[in-house]
Write a protein that binds this ligand. Structure first.
Ligand SMILES: [Zn+2]
Length: 402
């Protein structure tokens, strides 16, 4: 297995990477190019103005409808998006949330805090809590991924609201609403067929009557007809196409300005992200490790090394410490979906990447390689990087459906 000589990325990392002749991965090279070509203040102001000009075209002139939909989870990016749109730019957004039902106490607090402090309308959809475990279990068996209902719901439900309430603009920090074609910054393919957003199956493919999953249970997971979306002129726009987005800086601003709460995780040192879900950095990420041999700590260390917040050696230590760790939320998750640990590992057997995992004589899974075996480029020992210690507000073991 090849590993980046600058960060800790393995060659099989999600999304795919290439290496240059020094063994530096394409994400590190891209970041270097980004820093070297960082836009001037004037250029940034210009880009921001272009963004505002597009949004203005969608402003409800007589106040009879919302100016836009912002799909939110209640995490740091949601809060900053709403802060930008409502407080800084003065728009009237409708917030739309799909409730995945694996909420942390911190996440519920952050969502309520956002709505209250920014004074905005919100629609929150909660799917039948008895259906979610069935979908999650089926998703795990089909894809080795516990979260189909969440991946599909956060994409589909805001589109349904856009359709029903005839609100043509969806504003997001991620390219959720189609990365296939952008016309003047607006994404037009709101109905991408290539499943680039982690939607591994359309809702009709998840109907399973033997398991008690019927068509009628999946109403809110079904996409509105594309012709009708086209008739309304539904479009997505991605904030980060126009505005710089530094997650660490943003989170620190939100902690100070809004009292945004952070959460510790079992599988990474970075406590700023995924405060709203028990599983994103827990079981969901652990399944990824069982499949491909690395997890979120690899992602987070890669980002922090690139930004000069930690040395590669420190990053390797983080990967060693976190990537293989069994998360504490596993017990909670398996109880909810009615699965034993034996069944869980049994299902994951067939999901293991044979290029990375093999079995020894006793039947134990052995990883093909580790970043620990791959020295990186020489680092300046006097550079004095400090590893970021993200603060955690409080332990959060409570699992809230709503
Ligand atoms: Zn790299």
């Amino acid at each position: 297995m090849q590993y980046c000589t600058r960060c800790v990325n393995p060659e099989n990392i999600y999304g795919g990477i290439t290496f240059n002749k020094e063994g530096v991965c394409s994400r590190c090279v891209d970041y270097e190019n980004y820093v070297n070509n960082f836009p001037s203040e004037a250029e940034r102001a210009q880009r921001r103005q272009k963004f505002v000009d597009i949004l203005e075209r969608y402003r409800s002139k007589d106040g009879s409808n919302y100016d836009m939909i912002i799909p939110v989870s209640g995490g740091k990016d949601s809060l900053y998006q709403v802060h930008l749109m409502k407080k800084e730019m003065g728009f009237n957004p409708l917030l739309v949330t799909f409730n995945h039902t694996f909420n942390t106490k911190v996440g519920v607090h952050n969502l309520a805090n956002m709505v209250e402090k920014l004074g905005v309308d919100i629609i929150r959809f909660t799917p039948n809590p008895q259906l979610v475990p069935k979908l999650s279990r089926l998703s795990m068996e089909k894809f080795g991924d516990s979260c189909w209902h969440c991946h599909c719901g956060i994409f589909t439900f805001p589109l349904r609201v856009a359709h029903q309430q005839r609100i043509p603009l969806l504003v997001s920090q991620e390219k959720y609403y189609g990365i296939l074609s952008a016309e003047g910054g607006l994404y037009t393919k709101v109905n991408p067929q290539d499943r680039i957003f982690g939607i591994r199956a359309e809702a009709p493919e998840m109907i399973n009557e033997e398991r008690g999953i019927y068509r009628k249970d999946l109403v809110q997971f079904m996409r509105p007809p594309q012709e009708e979306l086209d008739e309304i002129g539904v479009r997505g726009i991605c904030i980060t196409d126009f505005i710089q987005w530094d997650s660490k800086e943003i989170t620190e601003f939100l902690i100070k300005e809004y009292g945004f709460k952070t959460k510790g995780h079992d599988r990474t040192y970075d406590c700023y992200a995924n405060a709203e879900c028990h599983h994103c950095s827990g079981v969901h990420d652990y399944m990824r490790y069982l499949k491909v041999g690395h997890g979120r700590a690899t992602d987070d260390a890669g980002i922090d090394i690139r930004k000069g917040l930690m040395t590669r050696q420190q990053g390797v230590e983080m990967v060693k410490l976190y990537d293989a760790r069994t998360p504490a939320d596993m017990k909670m998750y398996l109880e909810r979906i009615g699965m034993t640990p034996e069944e869980f590992y049994g299902i994951m057997e067939s999901k293991r990447d044979p290029d990375f995992w093999s079995k020894d004589k006793s039947g134990k899974w052995i990883p093909a390689d580790s970043v620990v075996n791959h020295p990186g480029q020489k680092e300046d020992p006097n550079k004095g990087f400090e590893r970021v210690e993200h603060p955690v507000d409080e332990p959060d073991d409570e699992h809230l459906i709503m």
